[in-house]
Design a protein around this ligand. Structure first.
Ligand code: HEC
Length: 136
């Protein structure tokens, strides 16, 4: 009897967590952990390749990152793509999926959601956050 009850309680818990997850997704809650994977495997890999150094989330404040992502201008020099969101777009993921595992893994993600995840990661790891993050 006791077993049956705990089984039901367990099932209820699983169902509740699925519902909660759905709500989080429906509400468009950004996933900074997914953003971290993408940032490290796509953004950082290129920064190291092209400039010789990573750009760590903890190199900027929360306000600076929010402003940077809201402006959506990748870099002022114009050497690379004009928008940050160009690098989270499906078209970009498609173009590098053969050599980049993160691009392949997140290929089907809607552009806006992946952009929000990357933003959530840099804000989460900003230097004045509770959890400053480097790239390594
Ligand atoms: C294909 C290569 C490449 C990719 C991919 C890339 N970047 Fe960059 N990024 C660069 C280069 C090159 C620079 C430095 C440009 C310069 O000389 O100022 C840069 C600079 C930056 C800067 C500093 C800009 C400034 O004005 O201070 C930030 C922040 C940045 N990138 C964020 C990102 C984010 C976020 C992503 C991923 C969504 C990303 N980058 C993906 C090549 C890339």
């Amino acid at each position: 009897m006791l077993k049956k009850r705990s089984l039901i309680a367990g099932l209820a818990l699983i169902i509740t967590s699925f519902i909660t997850m759905d709500i989080a997704v429906a509400a468009g809650k950004a996933n900074w952990k997914r953003g971290r994977v993408y940032y490290r495997m796509v953004c950082t890999v290129c920064h190291i390749q092209e400039t010789g150094a990573a750009i760590s989330p903890n190199s900027r404040t929360i306000a600076e990152w929010k402003a940077y992502m809201a402006a959506d201008k990748h870099d002022a020099s114009g050497k690379s793509k004009p928008k940050v969101s160009d690098y989270t777009s499906k078209a970009y993921r498609e173009s590098i999926k053969g050599s980049n595992k993160a691009a392949k893994k997140f290929l089907k993600m809607p552009d806006a959601a992946l952009f929000a995840d990357v933003k959530a990661f840099v804000v989460h790891g900003a230097k004045d956050s509770d959890t400053p993050a480097s790239c390594n």
